[in-house]
Design a protein around this ligand. Structure first.
Ligand SMILES: [Ca+2]
Ligand SMILES: [Ca+2]
Length: 236
């Protein structure tokens, strides 16, 4: 076991990664890992002039931008600030609500759970920061955020430049089972490998962050791997 422990510590030390618990995915034109666009993987060629188009009424296009999966446990609500670009051409039917942006939360199978819509306050060609607050649906452990705009019947287009997501009320909650990194109800070597995988990939979907922060310092890093291995050794 000592050899395994040394190997694991060495591997993680070489990578030198640390991570914070309870992170939410962020979006910008230069940082969009794991985000999907209109159901497919977001490709950088789809980002033009630093923004991603969500609707173009003249072309009849209505598109969606969806975040990577993230852990919802311990978050009371999500605050979002979105840089929303719109270009509207006035006609008799124009109302600002038709250029609104909706933020929805879906479960991991894509079923919509809840949503909130924000209406811009400026018409014409504008960049506005839209602010959303969405309560975390009860019982949802993992989810995705999906951004979609209404299909306006005015001549208009809308695009997102960036999204900042902040978890609110993420007070540390008692862990169900500290060390049960993969959240399957037991603690064993699979939790060590899951924790290493997480440190290597940064993919927070892999872990229950409350259970993974073994030494309870608010970060998930190599020290927690060491603590987990010690925990496994001490119970044998
Ligand atoms: Ca486990
Ligand atoms: Ca820790």
């Amino acid at each position: 076991m000592t050899r395994i422990k040394t190997f694991i510590l060495l591997a993680a030390a070489i990578i030198g990664l640390g991570a914070h618990a309870q992170e939410l995915p962020q979006f910008s034109s230069s940082s969009f890992d794991g985000w999907s666009y209109n159901g497919g993987t977001l490709d950088e060629t789809e980002i033009a002039m630093g923004k991603i188009t969500l609707y173009v009424t003249r072309q009849g296009l209505v598109l969606t931008l969806t975040s990577p999966e993230f852990q919802c446990t311990g978050i009371d609500s999500i605050a979002a600030e979105v840089r929303w670009y719109t270009q509207s051409f006035f006609d008799d039917n124009f109302v600002l609500s038709k250029t609104a942006l909706t933020m929805a939360i879906d479960d991991t199978e894509g079923n919509p759970i809840d949503s909130v819509t924000c209406v811009p306050t400026i018409s014409g060609v504008s960049n506005q920061n839209l602010k959303f607050s969405l309560p975390m649906p009860q019982g949802l452990t993992r989810g995705r955020l999906r951004f979609v705009s209404w299909q306006a019947d005015v001549t208009s287009c809308g695009a997102i430049k960036w999204i900042i997501l902040t978890p609110i009320g993420a007070s540390p909650q008692p862990s169900v089972l500290v060390g049960d990194v993969d959240n399957n109800g037991s603690i064993n070597i699979a939790d060590v490998t899951t924790l290493i995988d997480y440190l290597l990939s940064g993919n927070s979907v892999l872990i229950n962050p409350l259970n993974a922060d073994l030494i309870n310092d608010g970060n998930i890093n190599i020290a927690d791997v060491t603590a987990l291995i010690d925990k496994l050794l001490s119970v044998r």
